[in-house]
Design a protein around this ligand. Structure first.
Ligand SMILES: *[C@@H]1O[C@H](CO)[C@@H](O)[C@H](O)[C@H]1NC(C)=O
Ligand SMILES: *[C@@H]1O[C@H](CO)[C@@H](O)[C@H](O)[C@H]1NC(C)=O
Length: 258
């Protein structure tokens, strides 16, 4: 009886976690679905299917965003088993989540890192390699104003544009939601990153500039973007500034919530 009760509680706790969080289900470019790592089913499939996001453990936030787990989520950060997605400068990339709840308000942020050599051996967990190419943080002129709520409104999807003059090469695309609903407590900010790999072709000439380091750029004591009370931002009492720096001038404009 006691065992039964415990397992019922455990199951309902898991169900709550599953219903509140989410993961990047698929990356869609030019009408082609590049399926991401399906956290609840793929670990049990034999042979393990080919997927277009680096593997991660579950659909929850990164438990400690000051560690290397923040780079590409909690997992092996193994690019060698992930094929690259072919894109051209100017292509739209649609990032489709399985779900996203509107209770987890915060910014949506997207970064590129140039793979030194091949993305197969590139981890991106040291150096200022991450360049922000798109974000929506808190924009009162939009309805809803938070990026993640806009993502939820758009059917749990987000669309970015490959920078129009980006030089050919291999890049990691790091797409991320930051949930701020418990960010008023230190280390309460919930980051949900995922990494996919791109081969950019075409004849662009712009190299990425220096960016930010992940881990490194997300400071637990950043009271503008990480250690914040969501309600104070919503009430207009504090100005919100997303962590990870500003969007690169070579990036294309945000097309979400337009
Ligand atoms: C891509 O995947 C989505 C979601 O799984 C599905 O609804 C859609 O029909 C798929 N599109 C294509 C072109 O396969
Ligand atoms: C990443 O997170 C997992 C799960 O919490 C933990 O076991 C592991 O030690 C973490 N890795 C690093 C580099 O902190």
């Amino acid at each position: 009886m006691v065992n039964f009760l415990y397992s019922t509680l455990a199951i309902s706790a898991l169900t709550n976690v599953a219903s509140a969080h989410g993961f990047l289900q698929t990356v869609i470019v030019n009408g082609i679905n590049y399926t991401g790592w399906q956290v609840f089913s793929d670990p049990f499939v034999t042979p393990i299917p080919t997927r277009y996001t680096r593997r991660y453990q579950n659909n929850g936030p990164v438990p400690d965003f000051t560690t290397k787990n923040i780079t590409c989520n909690v997992g092996s950060n193994d690019g060698s088993i992930v094929p690259n997605i072919p894109v051209q400068p100017g292509d739209k990339i649609k990032l489709q989540w399985d779900q996203w709840g509107s209770s987890h308000s915060g910014p949506v942020m997207n970064y590129l890192a140039k793979c030194t050599g091949s993305c197969k051996s590139f981890k991106g967990d040291s150096g200022n390699v991450w360049v922000k190419i798109d974000q929506m943080a808190y924009d009162k002129s939009k309805n809803p104003p938070w990026g993640s709520d806009m993502l939820a409104k758009q059917g749990a999807s987000w669309t970015i544009t490959v920078p129009r003059n980006l030089a050919p090469g291999e890049y990691v695309l790091r797409h991320e939601i930051l949930g701020l609903h418990v960010a008023g407590q230190r280390m309460g900010a919930q980051f949900y990153p995922s990494c996919s790999q791109l081969t950019v072709s075409g004849s662009g000439t712009q190299q990425l500039p220096s960016g930010v380091a992940l881990p490194g750029a997300y400071n637990p004591d950043d009271t503008k973007g990480v250690l914040v009370q969501l309600w104070q931002v919503n009430a207009g009492q504090v100005e919100y500034v997303a962590p990870g720096g500003s969007v690169w001038s070579g990036a294309a404009p945000n097309v979400n919530g337009a």
